[in-house]
Design a binder for this molecule. Sequence first.
Ligand code: NAD
Length: 278
Amino acid sequence: MIESMGPGRTAVVTGGASGIGLASATRFAAAGMNVVVVDWRDELFGAAEQGLRAAGAAEVMCRKVDVSDRAAVTALEAEVTEAFGGADLIMCNAGIQPGSDIFDDKGTWAQILAVNLGGVVNTAQVFGPGMVARGRPATIIVTGSKQGITTPPGDPAYNTAKAGVKAFAEALAHEMRNSAPHVSVHLLIPGFVFTDLTRHDRTEKPSGAWTPEQTADFMMTSLERGDFYILCPDNDVDRATDEKRMAWAVGDIIENRPPLSRWHPDYGDAFAEFLKSG
Ligand SMILES: NC(=O)c1ccc[n+]([C@@H]2O[C@H](COP(=O)([O-])OP(=O)(O)OC[C@H]3O[C@@H](n4cnc5c(N)ncnc54)[C@H](O)[C@@H]3O)[C@@H](O)[C@H]2O)c1
């Protein structure tokens, strides 16, 4: 049992109306918590609230808030504190992936950075001080991405935002460990999960993807163990493969290879060998 979860406690989940956020909110509901769903898409609130009540939530509050809007997040925090006496758990999870290109011809960089990085920072900075001050056991979960660690080619703005999210979560964990050990911080690193973010024109879950529910279950087990890095596998990529990919990425610096050498024609064979090595 995680101390910040349970009856009388309150969870705030951004991006909570869909996908990984909703599946996680459902786990918090099942623990008998008050659940605050924060999302931009209010058309999803009816179904989300119904599901969360059925799962066992004490109270459900759904709020249409853009997490990149600091003033709106501040107003939300005041409302949550008024209604429930403050948040015991926050999951900074709202995210978008509209695609990006290096010189921003698509014009998506500002929004991706504002939501995926700015939204995480806003939520943690607005809710965090109250969690510290109240002195109750508290949990901050930040949703990152493997793309923020191995930074594969194809979506540089998303990678840049998620690399920032990782750095922010690590710094926050360090600060809390030293100054407010009743607040634990965790970086959720999903694998490939079939959600609205990754659906595109697909109707069926690809065999390689996990469901949001599998991801939330893995997260809960990892939280119970106290893990900071919650590195989720999926049906195509196991932990050993992720470990190799991350080690290779850091190895670019250590071995003085070019960046993203995993995708460099001169290093393809060496990476394939490295993957096979024990
Ligand atoms: N699905 C994957 O494979 C995958 C992999 C790695 C990381 N992630 C991350 O997981 C998180 C959740 O994504 P998901 O896959 O469940 O997708 P999702 O689209 O189902 O959920 C994201 C939710 O965030 C909401 N949102 C977007 N912008 C917002 C804003 N400005 N303010 C408030 N809410 C906003 C969306 O409306 C949506 O409901 C994201 O941070 C995403 O980057 C997903």
